[in-house]
Design a protein around this ligand. Structure first.
Ligand SMILES: [Zn+2]
Length: 491
């Protein structure tokens, strides 16, 4: 459909279910690692992401582009679409129009808080927009040595409220850095990455073709196809390589015109490639993908047919976080495995690839076309990321570094004996510095087993995780292990 009458607008906003979940089994390797990143203004791309790991320093972003005054930003140049009543357009534009200016908004944040932020471009979309990330951390040049967390929004461009939720987190974190002890603790202990608008092309389509924009807007229609513009594009949250397309037409679609089109191949889309490269470099300990469509907290693995770790700490911690949230529109936030069958989602990719406590929070029934309701939802969802961070810092959790006898970082397979896995997971320490970090289901003894290629038996270390200590910190030395080399993948 193209434009709709004003009265249909709210209904269309609510159409989007988001999707979640991923599945069982190993995926074909994505063509999507650092080497295939499009380079935007900065790079997370091969060179910086994969610099030989002599140091774990966060790569330097390039200089910011010049300041752009509001009158020259993209939002000032938007032409209201025809066929929409002016009053309806104004409501939606007042509520979400600022998202057009995401690049400038993030640059403004960095200009105001240069000592605790860095801006990175993860990739370029098909329509030439940047997928921007902001790193927020005390002494960001050292952030690569800390446990990393990820907050992202708007994989689905027709869920702009999810982007606003992440923008709010960014504002709270930078503004709290000086005065809020809780925020100061997050910034000292963690490296916090936020990608508020994963799908800027979809968002742009949403704003001018109400009801569209879930997908990324790439022209995927057949020549002379009669289907409308809104049918084009790939569903980014079906494009991730873990169990991509595993459930055939039930979990996503191979048909380009369908709303859950998974793309021509795993990680075919630049937006997903950028997120994957970031994940593969940072090995996120925890993450939340924000979506709009209903109210639920989805814990990995959400795909059917993949055996969960035992005990399933992700579920326990999701319940802990759900318990920190108020009722949303009179609905308590429930932890769910999958709302419906899906595959190829971001959450299950992070989980399978790196053991990330990767959650998806369906934050509201729809992206309200009202500033007041938008802000109410943001406030209700705000405790989610604080709970994710607190639960890791306060424990029970375990972290450490794997090094060789020279103290050089080692990329090794790291297992926590108390949490058994069954899906073929190979969770490794981070290439740049040998770091690993895991949430644990319970306090008590934790046993970490480290295996390197060629080693006969794993090296094992135990520690007691107590409420007083919260996090157990271990150091594991693997004599003779080669220093990890974070070379870029072959093109
Ligand atoms: Zn969604």
């Amino acid at each position: 459909m193209r434009l709709v009458r004003a009265g249909q607008f709210l209904l269309l906003l609510s159409l989007a279910a988001c999707g979640q979940a991923a599945g069982s089994g190993v995926t074909p390797a994505p063509s999507a690692t650092a080497s295939t990143l499009s380079s935007g203004q900065t790079p997370l791309s091969s060179a910086s992401a994969a610099a030989p790991s002599a140091s774990a320093a966060t790569p330097d972003p390039p200089p910011l582009p010049p300041y752009v005054p509001p009158s020259e930003r993209p939002s000032a140049k938007v032409v209201p679409p025809k066929g929409i009543r002016a009053v309806e357009w104004k409501k939606i534009f007042d509520t979400y129009g600022a998202l057009y200016d995401m690049d400038d908004w993030l640059n403004d944040i960095h200009r105001k808080y240069p000592s605790i932020t860095r801006i990175f471009t993860l990739g370029k979309t098909h329509q030439g927009r940047n997928v921007q990330a902001i790193l927020i951390s005390k002494n960001p040049q050292d952030a690569a040595k800390r446990p990393a967390m990820l907050l992202n929004g708007a994989h689905h461009g027709d869920e702009p409220l999810s982007a606003e939720i992440v923008k709010d987190a960014i504002v709270r974190l930078v503004e709290g850095a000086e005065s809020n002890p809780a925020v100061q603790r997050y910034l000292s202990e963690l490296s916090i990455w936020c990608v508020p608008l994963v799908n800027p092309d979809g968002f742009s389509q949403f704003m001018t073709d109400f009801g569209a924009g879930r997908k990324n807007g790439r022209e995927t229609r057949k020549p002379n196809s009669p289907v409308p513009l809104s049918a084009k594009g790939v569903d980014l949250n079906r494009n991730y390589p873990f169990r991509w397309g595993a459930h055939r037409e039930a979990g996503s679609s191979k048909v380009p015109e369908r709303r859950s089109y998974r793309g021509p191949s795993p990680a075919s889309e630049p937006e997903a490639q950028g997120m994957i490269a970031l994940s593969d470099r940072e090995h996120f300990v925890g993450s939340i993908s924000y979506h709009i469509g209903t109210v639920a907290l989805l814990a990995p693995y959400t795909i059917d047919g993949v055996l969960q770790p035992k005990p399933n700490e992700a579920w326990l911690i999701a319940e802990y976080i759900a318990g920190k949230l108020p009722k949303i529109n009179k609905r308590a936030v429930a932890v769910r495995k999958n709302l419906y069958t899906v595959d190829g989602t971001d959450q299950d990719y992070h989980r399978f690839a790196h053991g990330t406590l990767a959650l998806l929070l369906e934050s509201a029934a729809r992206s309200w076309d009202s500033i007041a309701r938008r802000d109410q939802t943001i406030e209700q969802i705000r405790p989610s990321w604080a709970a994710l961070f607190d639960r890791y810092i306060d424990g029970p959790s375990v972290e450490g570094h794997v090094v060789n006898e020279s103290g050089e970082p080692v990329s090794a397979k790291v297992d926590v004996a108390e949490v058994k896995t069954f899906a073929g997971e190979q969770w490794h320490s981070r290439c740049s510095d040998g770091f690993f970090g895991r949430y644990l289901p319970n306090f008590g003894k934790v046993t970490v087993r480290v295996s390197t290629p060629g080693s006969e038996t794993p090296i094992e270390t135990s520690a007691d995780v107590t409420p007083e200590k919260g996090r157990a910190v271990v150091k594991i030395v693997v004599p003779g292990a080669p220093r990890s080399t974070c070379a870029p993948s072959a093109p």
